[in-house]
Design a protein around this ligand. Structure first.
Ligand code: SF4
Length: 678
């Protein structure tokens, strides 16, 4: 019997690689590559190649569960839905809608994120957010304010057309491996590559110039580049006059960022800053790629705005090979934001504190009394749960007990809730704290659309059935909504997408039938529109059609080192794992390659600490301590150490300080100390 090839999209990073699942007799037998895919051209990285390993994993949740003493009792869906209606309903009745928090998932489809936030808001609750808060919330705030659209401006494949590629705060060679192929292609065609990162990573191997800057000094570096460009008259005058506002304010604010002063702050030689500024400004097509090294700071929004300022100064936008490219982490983090799974926005980035937004969605959903105003962000939900202001939570596909900073505090806060329901594919550390656990389908077991980091909306088709009585997240949300007295009669994902087409202008023409074979790129306002691979080609969707310069000042990270905690801990990803690791750490071929938590330490620092490669060390911060295996390297700056965040023990250490606006934690800078274990 021949196998059927079902087209799908990789559920790990947001590069959005496509491939086929070969299915025979209802089983996923293997992967077939998709050579005509516009992003990965048939290639997959190690995570993509291993993705089927988790489908039949014995840890998959197969039936709804209720907490019973220290253990779990299997229950029917009917019983589970009764418990949820009772748990959420009781908080609603006793303490009002603001006492409930809804945490949505960037792993889930657009349709699921859309319905999840609709469920929250339909019962009057403003507190709906997603894990986008922990990765790219500053991109949403900063890019909306400066450029008027919170998305990557140019397609991934367009990187190949660039002549100067500036990568800051992104280890894309490990985190978006397939995407780095396009950087290599540009380099082979003569592009200059500049990489700024506190750590020498695999990405720096492709750099012509490497800036090992001090963690948290990105604004100083970016302003220093702007200073040189302004001082040397390398700005694009006609572009600035035609397309921007606020230039004079920026010029005034950049005066103090001389290369010498910036060299003092960042540790990058002044001459290198001048040369990089000239390369970026003079190249006919320059692009800036960034990721969580930029966003996960108390200055995350400022960092993003400083990047946009640089691109606007030189008119490096709206053309082939140019742009500002935030590289999103999880497969559908762009889509979760687009769909309004954010405390500040309804779908389509309609402001939650604008009465017009409420009127629009009340009419569109046929519901009165939708909540006006921003809700609690994911990080604030944890704070409010600890304070007793949040009494119940519904968490879909997220693991805040592992991924929140100072994770032991997050666990205590979740335990303090009167009621917690978690819907997931595995029993995560968060699910272990729940009153009710619901078994969900993985991406291959359901239909739906996903929006990659380049704003490409792709349809992923159901290939196989979920295990046991697990259901798609969409099906579960509809059942919960029904039990809460709402009419969520959506027969399938396609019918939800049809509603999205009506209410989210960017997705107006992104209908199911137009998504084969490789999707459409938003904004795509109507059914005849071809999609918009390059943003801002014809100007900006801001007041007067002009982008805004937003001058920002350098501020040091919130938590300084001290004599007690003399090292800066920075966290990030490794090639073979993803986010909190619930999937990749259950994938045998990946887990074998990176089985445990490690700490990268500079060779000279290690010598002073009397630590050898492979020694166990205790890493402690003001919040707690954990054990890791030391990995000695000359790729770390002295005084800086690195730990991957795929192991739940990492966030015991991380700082709870957040960016004032985007409310993202400063995962990239925490003060710590290291001691060798006996
Ligand atoms: Fe999946 Fe990202 Fe790897 Fe592509 S690069 S195969 S999307 S993890």
């Amino acid at each position: 019997m021949a196998s059927v090839l079902v087209p799908t999209v990789c559920p790990y990073c947001a590069a959005g690689c496509g491939f086929f699942i070969a299915v025979q007799k209802g089983r996923a037998l293997g992967i077939e590559y998709m050579p005509d895919h516009p992003v990965n051209e048939g290639a997959l990285c190690s995570k993509g190649n291993a993705v089927l390993e988790i489908l039949d994993h014995p840890d998959r949740l197969r039936t709804p569960l209720r907490r019973k003493g220290d253990g779990w009792e299997r229950i029917s869906w009917d019983e589970a839905l009764d418990l949820i209606a009772k748990g959420l309903g009781s908080a609603l009745k006793r303490c009002g809608p603001d006492s409930i928090g809804f945490l949505s998932s960037s792993k889930c489809s657009n349709e699921e994120n859309y319905l999840f936030q609709k469920l929250a808001r339909s019962i009057g609750c403003r507190n709906v957010d997603s894990c986008a808060r922990l990765c790219h919330a500053p991109s949403v705030v900063g890019l909306n304010r400066t450029l008027g659209a919170a998305g990557m401006t140019n397609p991934i494949s367009d990187i190949a057309n660039s002549k100067c590629i500036f990568i800051i705060g992104s280890n894309l060679a490990e985190n978006h491996p397939v995407l780095s192929r396009w950087v290599h292609r540009a380099r082979d065609a003569g592009a200059t590559v500049i990489v700024a990162d506190p750590r020498r990573t695999h990405t720096t191997w492709m750099a012509d110039t490497f800036f090992p800057l001090k963690p948290g000094t990105d604004v100083a570096l970016l302003n220093g580049l702007a200073h040189v460009i302004i001082k040397e008259g390398l700005v694009n005058r006609s572009y600035i006059e035609e397309h921007t506002r606020g230039f004079e304010d920026l010029v005034a604010a950049m005066v103090e960022y001389t290369p010498e002063r910036v060299a003092d702050v960042t540790g990058i030689p002044a001459g290198d800053i001048v040369r990089a500024a000239r390369s970026y400004a003079k190249s006919p097509a320059s692009v800036i790629l960034y990721s969580m090294g930029i966003t996960q700071h108390t200055t995350g929004t400022d960092n993003v705005q400083a990047i946009a300022n640089l691109a606007l100064l030189c008119g490096q936008l709206g053309r082939k090979g140019t742009g500002v490219m935030p590289l999103r982490g999880q497969n559908n983090v762009q889509g979760a934001c687009d769909m309004g799974a954010l405390a500040e926005f309804y779908p389509g980035y309609k402001k939650a504190d604008d009465p017009e937004t409420i009127r629009l969605f009340e009419a569109g959903w046929g519901i009165e009394g939708l909540p006006l105003g921003k809700g609690f962000a994911a990080t604030e939900m944890i704070e409010k749960a600890a304070e007793g202001r949040l009494r119940a939570m519904y968490i879909m596909g997220e693991d805040p007990a592992s991924s929140e900073p100072c994770s032991q505090n997050a666990q205590t806060a979740l335990k303090a809730l009167d009621f917690l329901v978690v819907q997931d594919i595995f029993m995560t550390p968060t699910a272990k704290l729940a009153d009710v656990v619901l078994p969900a389908a993985v991406w291959a077991e359901k239909d739906g659309s996903y929006t990659s980091t380049e704003r490409r909306v792709q349809w992923s088709s159901k290939a196989i059935e979920p295990p046991g009585s697990a259901l798609s997240d969409l099906d579960i949300i509809c059942r919960v909504a029904g039990r809460m007295g709402l009419d969520f009669s959506y027969p399938d994902a396609e019918s939800v997408l049809a509603e999205i087409n009506r209410l989210v202008p960017q997705y107006g023409g992104i209908t199911r039938e137009r998504l084969d074979p490789h999707g459409l790129v938003w904004p795509c306002p109507d059914s005849c529109h071809p999609g918009t691979p390059i943003l801002h080609a014809g100007g900006f969707k801001l007041d007067g059609g002009r982008a805004a310069f937003v001058p920002v000042r350098y501020r040091p990270p919130a938590e300084p080192i001290s004599s007690e905690y003399p090292f800066i801990l920075t966290t990030g990803r490794v090639t073979v794992h993803h986010n909190a690791g619930s999937m990749t750490r259950r994938s045998p071929s990946l887990q074998k390659r990176e089985p445990d938590l490690f700490l990268e330490v500079n060779l000279k620092d290690a010598q002073e600490l009397d630590v050898a490669d492979g020694d166990e060390v205790t890493v402690a911060s003001d919040r707690g301590e954990t054990v890791a295996v030391a990995r000695l390297t000359d790729g770390m700056k002295r005084g800086v150490v690195f730990m991957p965040f795929h192991f739940s023990r990492t966030n015991i250490l991380t700082s709870e300080f957040t960016d004032d606006e985007a409310r993202i934690p400063e995962f990239k800078v925490s003060a710590c100390k290291i001691t060798k274990r006996d």
